[in-house]
Design a protein around this ligand. Structure first.
Ligand SMILES: Cc1cc2nc3c(=O)[nH]c(=O)nc-3n(C[C@H](O)[C@H](O)[C@H](O)COP(=O)(O)OP(=O)(O)OC[C@H]3O[C@@H](n4cnc5c(N)ncnc54)[C@H](O)[C@@H]3O)c2cc1C
Length: 453
């Protein structure tokens, strides 16, 4: 292939570009923000307009981290050398359910860093590839030749221009205009499925020399006395900076202001959050973010689609961010793209085999996210057949993972996207979970989860 064009230079776009660089003479990444290494956001210190979620807590799960290390050897080590934390579930990643810390089990490592830092490192490695260049421009649409996409229309420094390409990869994120670009040319729009979860985030930075309660990264899921579900994550990021997220659903979304933020931390039954509220030094005000819905574009349901076009990352699917699946999903989409390109199929045919493979990846992440989100009373559904049973079984496993190391290890493998979600439903795992739970007492969060189903 002579040239591939990647639309959007964020995590999914950069990973797709890395994969394409092995298969195309030239890869051009078109990005509307000035993210060139010497550009306004090139250093990666500040969140940028094109990635508004960049202000919020972002952790890189084990599956994504491992995959990136294969494409860019030494990537995790570079992040750590730059000040990020590589936290291990066997020692310093602490997960709490209703204030009770889960048993520690090793084997899973995740990166804790600010999102701009992570992206800047990935960009630096990607832009170091010889056959790749970045163009600062806003994509306006696609160009077509017969039944295939032949390029991109964009507005750059010199005005409107067209970039010819043999393959176009849409990585412009969840608000992608791919549907409109297709319908403008007489092609059907990919059906979009949405699940309204109405999640509110607030993220703040703190300065603190050591981890609260020995944790480099702590996660908390807790039912409050009024039954509402609260979520929190804190992690050491660059140097002695700590990033802290508090989250709630619907009318329990966190409000603006550091006082409310610290109150939420103090109310959290997980000890690291309470300790942080007492003795950490806040840096500036928390930034809030609203995630209205999970969404996926089901390209595989179309019966007509042009050749020379694929999509990756949040354009394909964007999930409830609390599960931290987005960037690791993007690595998996890039893996699907790699195997599609390696299969020798011509970009002059529609990429059905790519969409088939990526659908399996999306289905798995969607299942994890949707199963948990549908347990929330304000999420309207529709709830699939068998939901009640699946939901009870998943609650059982979550409870068992608090005390049973074998179940926790299996749970982490799925949560970190190293094993498919269905592996948790094996009879041996369910039986062992039931036995583990029988030996425990019931907490308010568990009682609340029971009441919701
Ligand atoms: C609040 C929140 C917290 C999250 N936390 C985590 C987490 O902890 N872990 C995790 O793995 N994931 C997390 N995610 C998900 C993660 O942010 C995304 O999955 C990840 O960034 C991959 O997205 P993407 O590259 O597909 O799209 P985006 O990151 O949204 O990037 C799209 C890019 O396309 C560019 N663009 C858009 N339109 C155009 C155009 N017309 N022309 C040119 N360029 C264009 C944008 O400027 C941007 O650079 C979180 C998401 C949210 C909302």
């Amino acid at each position: 292939m002579r040239r591939a064009a990647v639309l959007g230079g964020s995590i999914a776009g950069l990973l797709a570009a890395r994969v394409l660089s092995d298969h195309a003479d030239e890869v051009v990444v078109l990005e509307r923000d000035d993210v060139a290494l010497a550009g306004a956001f090139g250093g990666g210190r500040d969140p940028r307009p094109g990635v508004p979620q960049g202000t919020q807590m972002h952790a890189l799960l084990d599956a994504g981290r491992r995959r990136i290390d294969q494409w860019f050897p030494g990537f995790s080590a570079e992040l750590v050398a730059g000040g990020a934390a590589l936290a291990d579930t066997g020692t310093d990643v602490h997960s709490y359910l209703d204030g009770r810390r889960k048993v520690l089990v090793g084997g899973v490592e995740m990166v804790s860093a600010t999102r701009p830092f992570l992206e800047a490192h990935l960009r630096r490695r990607t832009l170091a590839l010889d056959n790749l260049r970045l163009v600062n421009g806003r994509v306006r649409g696609l160009t077509f030749t017969g039944d295939r996409v032949s390029g991109v229309r964009y507005a750059g420094a010199g005005g409107e221009d067209v970039l010819a390409a043999d393959l176009v990869v849409d990585a412009t994120g969840r608000a992608s205009r791919i549907g409109a670009w297709l319908t403008e040319a007489g092609w059907p729009e990919p059906p979009m499925r949405r699940m309204h979860v109405d999640l509110g985030y607030a993220t703040a930075l703190f300065r603190r020399p050591e981890g609260p309660h020995g944790a480099t990264l702590a996660q908390s899921l807790a039912a409050m006395p009024d039954g509402r579900l609260r979520l929190g994550t804190l992690g050491r990021v660059e140097g002695d900076l700590w990033i802290v997220l508090v989250a709630g659903y619907a009318d329990d979304r966190p409000a603006h202001g550091i006082d409310e933020f610290l109150l939420r931390c103090a109310q959290d039954p997980a000890a690291p959050f309470r300790q942080l509220a007492e003795d950490a030094e806040p840096i500036g005000e928390p930034v809030t973010y609203r995630h209205p819905d999970n969404r996926r574009r089901d390209f595989h349901l179309l019966d007509r689609f042009p050749a020379g076009l694929v999509a990756v990352g949040d354009t394909m699917a964007s999930f409830n961010p609390i599960y931290g699946q987005g960037m690791s999903s993007a690595t998996m989409h890039a893996s699907c793209l790699e195997s599609y390109l390696g299969s020798g199929r011509s970009p002059r045919d529609p990429a059905w085999s790519y969409f088939k493979q990526v659908r399996a990846v999306v289905d798995d992440a969607w299942q994890t996210s949707a199963l948990n989100d549908l347990k929330l009373p304000h999420v309207t559904g529709p709830r699939p057949r068998g939901f009640k049973v699946a939901s009870r079984l998943s609650d059982l496993i979550v409870r068992a993972s608090v005390t049973d190391p074998v179940i926790h290890r299996r749970f982490l493998a799925v949560a970190h996207m190293r094993s498919p979600a269905r592996t948790l439903m094996r009879p041996g795992t369910l039986l062992r979970s039931a036995r583990a739970v029988r030996r425990q007492t019931t907490t308010p969060a568990e009682a609340r989860l029971d009441a919701a189903v």
